[in-house]
Design a protein. Structure first.
Length: 300
């Protein structure tokens, strides 16, 4: 049986370098499209620029490796595209460049995938769309928990680029009918970062207010991407990609009252239920968290 072939843009980044190994372990063939290769056994790499439309069309109609020349039947089709490539936050590039790369790159990736007949596209959106993370000054959300029907309203170039990307995805889905799922990815945590970062977070919880105390283990993000590839027929969807609990030792109700006083809480929260809610990925995709922070660091 032929392995499912995936194009994965930005796989050499912080999240991608953990998500791709997870996908390889699930039996996918993955071609990483990035400005630099990912040094990991089993991954195919193609150096390409997402802001160049021609390169995206070429990448998605390409052999993944030399071995695919052998059957003599032409280039096999890709089954899905996972688009993570982006300028990853503000204050790395000038704001206009962040917006240009992220919005134009996403348009090019989705356009190429749709016009080449690829039926599943997954794009990386962001927790920053909720307008708290990169706001000027402490900003309250409209309500808690943060869920996918929220009227997203960022004031920064990065969060705005992700809102535009969601609209781009929705437009292409309406025109094409293919499945396009946008993942609002929480603060990505790599395995080594639990012991390095979380003890400080517990002593100084205020530093996590801008993230609404959310996190997503990079390996659990791999599971979410896999579930998205497997789940067909949903059309256009937005999913928060976060872990079950807050990255804090303070119970959720107390977190909300202490750090977001006066913000309406729209439903009863479980003791440590994430304020950045992942209820939809659990109920719709069947996500089951494997890497809660309590496995790796003790409460102090």
């Amino acid at each position: 049986m032929r392995k499912k072939r995936l194009v994965f843009t930005g796989g050499s980044g912080k999240a991608g370098k953990h998500v791709i190994p997870y996908l390889l372990d699930q039996g996918y063939r993955v071609m990483n499209v990035d400005l630099k290769p990912l040094d990991h056994l089993g991954v195919d790499n193609l150096i390409a620029d997402i802001t160049d439309s021609g390169q995206m069309f070429n990448a998605m109609s390409s052999y993944a490796g030399l071995d695919e020349l052998e059957p003599g039947g032409g280039v096999p089709p890709f089954d899905a595209v996972v688009h993570f490539a982006a300028v990853p936050r503000i204050l790395i590039n000038p704001d206009n460049e962040t917006f240009r790369v992220n919005t134009l790159g996403t348009y090019n990736v989705i356009e190429a995938a749709v016009k080449l007949g690829i039926k599943k596209i997954i794009i990386a959106s962001s927790e920053t769309t909720y307008g708290v993370c990169f706001s000027d000054g402490p900003t309250d959300p409209h309500s808690l928990p943060l869920e996918e029907d929220y009227d997203v309203d960022p004031m920064d170039s990065y969060g705005l680029s992700k809102v535009v990307n969601e609209k781009t995805a929705r437009a292409f889905q309406r025109r094409s009918g293919v499945d396009i799922y946008a993942l609002r990815i929480g603060n990505v945590i790599e395995p080594h970062e639990y012991r390095e970062l979380f003890p400080y977070y517990f002593k100084h919880p205020e530093v996590r207010r801008r993230n609404a105390f959310c996190y997503i283990d990079a390996r659990d993000l791999g599971q979410i991407v896999d579930l998205c590839v497997q789940k067909d027929g949903l059309g256009y969807q937005v999913f928060n990609a976060g872990n079950d609990h807050n990255g804090a030792i303070i119970p959720s109700k107390e977190l909300a009252e202490r750090f977001f006083p006066g913000v309406p809480v729209t439903r009863e929260l479980q003791e440590h239920e994430a304020l950045f809610s992942n209820r939809k990925i659990r109920e719709v995709l069947g996500f089951k968290e494997q890497h809660n922070w309590r496995k790796y660091v003790k409460e102090e």
